[in-house]
Design a protein around this ligand. Structure first.
Ligand code: ADP
Ligand code: MG
Length: 386
């Protein structure tokens, strides 16, 4: 679960991390409230969307006068921002964050992520902030420092001080810098985050460190332990189909192709996506209906796939191990009836009660193509989608 910058900054503030407060504005009229709270400019107006790269895309603007502030807020609210992280369709800006502008002399980069191979958190930091970290990683990887964090002990003070020094930060601020890195790590670990990023982390004119941007993503599987934070979820920012699927206990991920996939088991779902790619097609989604799905869940899954206007063909690939195939067949028949299925449907099935399932399908008036192998199924779906 991603959250907005202003929400991340509220969490940062709780951990005693240096951030500038501001006001979230959804309607232009609320700019006046922001002005009351922060009467002295200049200000920065920042689009609040769940994607980075807002600055370059025109979603972060400096305003020097009150008039300019109203103008910039009006420009950015309602704008569709396109950055490398939004995808080509962009993201509609429904909120902006108005915050006093900060003067600084240097931009750095700091983040905490999980190193899955070493099974511990790792700090990535660079004295060369400001640029996109992906670009830096590609062109000058030696400029990114890594500090591995003990999963039980956290970041040791000596590691934090070493990092401060190796980033070339002022010697007289070493305790402040070390405390900041330790707090970032504590926050990451306490809240079971999958990502914490401060880009830029800046050095103010007096040498103090300050978090000018803040990005936080919660690990969904850890959210059950952090119920207080669940309300931070912004449904406007999430894929409607993914939310709907989650409500029905289905694992669904939107992809950008045109073949809707209904599969049981995550491994088979991945293999199905690979097979589709292999035959020159592109999956519209990953969907695992689970090992013990009911006919109802299958109907829901079908509806979710069909609500995607890009879908040109549907591939059902089911292995009936735990799941009985007649249940799936009934789900397909019900769903097709309910939604008036008009798209080409390719079905490949194997396993428990397969004969019963086939019988159900062939007795129904559903139009579908039967495939007897995974390759045939993928090939047929790719052709059908054309
Ligand atoms: P994004 O990472 O999405 O582009 P940032 O919050 O990093 O958004 O903002 C982009 C740039 O805007 C920053 O690198 C910084 O130069 C500038 N900026 C952001 N917030 C402020 C602020 N409060 N005061 C001054 N400059 C800011
Ligand atoms: Mg940033």
């Amino acid at each position: 679960m991603k959250v907005h910058e202003y929400q991340a900054k509220e969490i940062f503030a709780k951990y005693g991390l240096p951030v500038t407060p501001g006001k979230v504005v959804k309607h232009l009229s609320e700019v006046e409230d922001a002005l009351q709270q922060f009467p002295n400019g200049p200000w920065v107006v920042k689009a609040q969307i769940h994607a980075g790269g807002r600055g370059k895309a025109g979603g972060v603007k400096l305003a020097k006068s009150e008039g300019e502030l109203r103008q910039k807020a009006s420009d950015i609210l309602g704008m569709t921002l396109v950055s490398p992280q939004t995808g080509p369709q962009g993201k509609l800006v429904k909120k902006v964050f108005i915050t006093p502008a900060v003067d600084y002399k240097k931009e750095l980069y700091a983040s905490v992520v999980l190193d899955r191979q070493r099974r511990c958190p790792v700090i990535l930091a660079s004295a060369e902030g400001g640029t996109e970290i992906e670009e830096l990683a590609a062109t000058k990887p030696q400029a990114i420092q890594k500090v591995y964090v003990h999963p039980l002990e956290g970041l040791h003070a000596y590691q934090a001080r070493q990092l401060h020094v190796s980033l070339g930060l002022p010697q007289d601020k070493i305790n402040q810098g070390a405390a900041l890195f330790q707090k970032l790590v504590r926050l990451f670990m306490d809240l079971d985050l999958s990502l914490l990023e401060v880009n830029p982390l800046v050095v103010l004119d007096n040498g103090d460190l300050h978090c000018l941007d803040a990005k936080v993503a919660f690990e969904d599987n850890g959210l059950a332990r952090h119920k207080d934070y669940v309300p931070l979820r912004d449904p406007d920012e999430e894929d409607a189909r993914e939310l709907q699927a989650a409500e029905h206990g289905l694992s669904y991920i939107s992809l950008d192709g045109n073949i809707g996939c209904l599969v049981n088991g995550a491994g088979l779902a991945m293999a199905t996506a690979d097979a589709i790619q292999h035959f020159g097609g592109s999956p519209a989604n990953f969907l695992d209906v689970g090992g013990s799905a009911t006919a109802r869940a299958v109907t829901q899954a079908f509806k979710i796939i069909l609500s995607d206007a890009r879908v040109r063909a549907i591939l059902v690939n089911i292995f009936g191990g735990i799941m009985k195939f007649d249940v799936i067949a009934q789900g397909i028949i019900d769903a097709a009836k309910e939604v008036g299925l008009a798209l080409p449907l390719v079905v490949r099935l194997e396993g428990t009660n397969v004969e019963k399932g086939r019988e159900l399908l062939s007795k129904s008036d559903l139009k579908y193509r039967f495939a007897s192998s995974m390759d045939e199924a993928a090939k047929t779906a790719v052709e059908a989608a054309k």
